[in-house]
Design a protein around this ligand. Structure first.
Ligand SMILES: [Zn+2]
Length: 122
C-alpha cells in the first residue's frame, strides 16, 4: 500500500511525489537528481512539453479576454492595453510553469509512466 501524497498536492507544493516533503526543483525549472529527504531518484524525471502546453492554453484563455476588456471595455490606449497584457502573460507563464511541471512529474511518478521502448510493443 502506498503512503505517497496526492500528486496534485505534492506538485502544487513543488514537493517530492514520493514523500511529499523534499523539494523537486534545484533551480527554477531544473529537477534535483534526488529528493533531499527520502532520496527518491529524480534522474528519469521528464515532463516533456506537457507543462508548457497546459500553461499556454490556460494563460491564453486568460490574457485574450483581458486584452479585449482593456481595449473595448476600459478604452485604454492600444499601447497600454498591449503592455499590460504582455506583462500579464509573462508573469502568469513564469508563475504557472513550476507547479504544472511538478504536478505532471508527480502524476508520472504515481502512474510509473515512462517512455515507450521498442521492446514494449513486440
Ligand atoms: Zn522525497
Amino acid at each position: 500500500m502506498s503512503t505517497s501524497p496526492s500528486p496534485w498536492a505534492a506538485g502544487l507544493a513543488l514537493r517530492c511525489p514520493q514523500c511529499g516533503r523534499g523539494s523537486v526543483f534545484a533551480g527554477y525549472l531544473k529537477f534535483r537528481d534526488k529528493c533531499g529527504v527520502c532520496a527518491a531518484d529524480f534522474k528519469a524525471a521528464d515532463a516533456g512539453d506537457g507543462p508548457a502546453v497546459f500553461v499556454i492554453l490556460i494563460v491564453g484563455a486568460i490574457v485574450a479576454p483581458e486584452l479585449i476588456i482593456l481595449q473595448a471595455g476600459m478604452h485604454l490606449p492600444d499601447w497600454l492595453a498591449l503592455t499590460i497584457t504582455i506583462l500579464s502573460a509573462i508573469v502568469l507563464c513564469l508563475a504557472l510553469l513550476p507547479p504544472f511541471k511538478a504536478i505532471l512529474f508527480a502524476l508520472q511518478w504515481k502512474h510509473k509512466a515512462r517512455e515507450v521502448r521498442n521492446e514494449d510493443v513486440q
